[in-house]
Design a protein around this ligand. Structure first.
Ligand code: NOJ
Length: 510
């Protein structure tokens, strides 16, 4: 197999910096906390980290509202802290991706302050301003997701026009149809590439290109937030420009784009046949029922639509926006089977900090809720130790997930049967198997209902993966091989017995 670029074989680990580790004891995690816990990531075996936004921000959307793309928010540290993190991560062979938020800025960004100051401002056109509709109301029917939905427009009394904000009013959409915006945003990428980052996760990147006609959403979708509908060919053109910028740098810099469209068929165009995004998130699988038929259909679709145009898929079960998969799936055996699926299908897996501990969402009482989008539960702090505070001052900025002591890094490292060890072993297995890292995937037909099985192959390596989605034992006589890994540890090192236990998944070697 010819050498694949790193981002095709890597396992990427998402860090939500506020909640990863707190080095300065203020109850909020920061960059230095990440640097001090690189040991955990090396030991786990991840290849890259992606840090959710650390840029200067008023934090109305916890950093997804950027007020300066080229500086670090004091809550997280300094530019020197990022330099130190990049150097130390690279020293351990771990790449670093930053979260770049190109579709909107904070309303506190000097560009917006200037844009809002007057209709004649040279930066007026850097954002999307429109006159009221003929009836004096919002220019179109676009909706924002939160808080509690509502129009994606806010009226500016002083200048008599509405500004577009696909999210909070404090997050005005940039106008990428203005070449000065494109140039300015390219500069922000160069700033970080010159500092040595390996690439970016691009926030709602499908939302940068818009038809200037800003037509109403179709009536049937009028209730859907526009950020989940926007799908315009202008975005692909912008992505081509970004790709050339990245590819001009040495060292395989990359971009993984958040394309938040709930239709897998719409994702491959964002790769633009190797001239657009290197990778794009494909979120529909995150919302699939835990059923073998659903996952089989999903893998078939990805094979048909991504492989056909040589677009390398990505896989994600959890992130900072949705309930964790351990919470969604309801029990640990299933979460273990899901981890084996995530880490053995063809494509680049993204882990969300704490999933390696089997963390569930925290229960956040209303008086401690802080996120306008109601996403605090999955953003709870990582428990590091079994002792009180779990490595954080009391109280940390959010409450801990359930069973934080038993699910702390300290406790799980000591238990070879823990979720943490399962993840570590799966990562090790991927490293050692070219078939799992980059091989072809063939779904097996001769398996009973409730079981998903696939073979991963390269010319000199092969693995077979079988997952039981049922809560009872299932006979799988057609599957043979040596059990290399089992999600419940049963049968490892012995020939497969032809039965999968409830919720069990295995990797077999021929
Ligand atoms: C997607 C991010 O993942 C989410 O956290 C954020 O609120 C929105 N984009 C707006 O930037």
């Amino acid at each position: 197999m010819s050498a694949l670029p790193w981002w095709k074989t890597a396992v990427v680990y998402q860090i939500y910096p506020r909640s990863f580790a707190d080095a300065n004891g203020d109850g909020v995690g920061e960059i230095e906390g990440v640097r001090q816990h690189l040991d955990h990531l090396s030991w786990l075996g991840v290849d890259a980290i992606w840090l959710s936004p650390i840029f200067r921000s008023p934090m109305r959307d916890f950093g997804y509202d950027v007020a300066d793309y080229c500086d670090i928010d004091p809550v997280f540290g300094t530019l020197a802290d990022v330099d130190a993190l990049i150097a130390d991560a690279h020293g351990r062979g771990i790449r670093v991706l930053l979260d770049w938020v190109p579709a909107h800025t904070s309303s506190d960004h000097p560009w917006f302050v200037e844009s809002r100051s007057s209709r004649l401002s040279p930066k007026r056109d850097w954002y999307v301003w429109r006159d009221p509709d003929s009836d004096g109301t919002v220019p179109n029917n676009w909706q924002r997701p939160w808080p509690r939905g509502g129009a994606a427009w806010t009226f500016d009394e002083a200048t008599g026009q509405y500004w577009l904000h696909s999210f909070l009013p404090d997050q005005p959409d940039l106008n990428w149809e203005n070449p000065d915006v494109v140039r300015a945003m390219h500069e922000t990428l160069r700033f970080w590439l010159d500092r040595g980052v390996d690439g970016f996760r691009a926030d709602v990147v499908h939302n940068i290109g818009k038809d200037p006609a800003l037509k109403d959403a179709p009536a049937a979708a009028a209730h859907v937030p526009h950020c989940a509908l926007n799908h315009d060919p202008r975005t692909i053109d912008h992505l081509r420009g970004i790709r050339s910028l990245l590819d001009a740098y040495p060292g395989e810099r990359m971009m993984v784009g958040e394309v938040f469209l709930m239709d897998t068929s719409k994702i491959p165009p964002y790769y633009a046949d190797g001239e657009g995004l290197h990778l794009a998130f494909n979120f529909p699988p995150m919302f699939l029922p835990w059923k073998s038929e659903s996952w089989r259909g999903c893998l078939e679709q990805v094979q048909a639509e991504f492989d056909a145009i040589d677009a390398w898929p990505t896989w994600v079960l959890s992130n900072h926006d949705w309930p964790r998969h351990r919470t969604r799936l309801g029990n640990e055996p299933r979460a273990r089977a899901a981890a084996m699926l995530l880490l053995t299908v063809r494509g680049t897996p993204f882990l969300y900090m704490g999933e390696e501990l089997g963390l569930e969402d925290a229960v956040v009482p209303p008086e401690r809720a802080v996120d306008p989008g109601g996403r605090d539960g999955c953003r709870a702090p990582m428990p590091w130790t079994t002792s009180r505070g779990h490595g954080w001052p009391d109280p940390a900025w959010l409450p801990f997930p359930p069973k934080a002591g038993a699910r702390s890094v300290e406790a799980e490292r000591e238990d070879p049967g823990s979720m943490l060890h399962l993840y570590r072993r799966l990562l090790q297995l991927r490293r050692e198997s070219s078939a799992l890292r980059g091989g072809a995937l063939a779904l097996l037909d001769d398996v009973p209902p409730g079981v998903l099985a696939y073979r991963r192959t390269t010319p000199d390596d092969e693995r077979l993966v079988a997952i039981n989605f049922e809560e009872h034992e299932v006979a799988t006589a057609s599957l043979t091989g040596l059990v290399e890994m089992s999600t419940d540890g049963r049968g490892e090192g012995a020939p497969f017995v032809g039965r999968l236990g409830a919720d069990q998944a295995v990797v077999l070697r021929p």
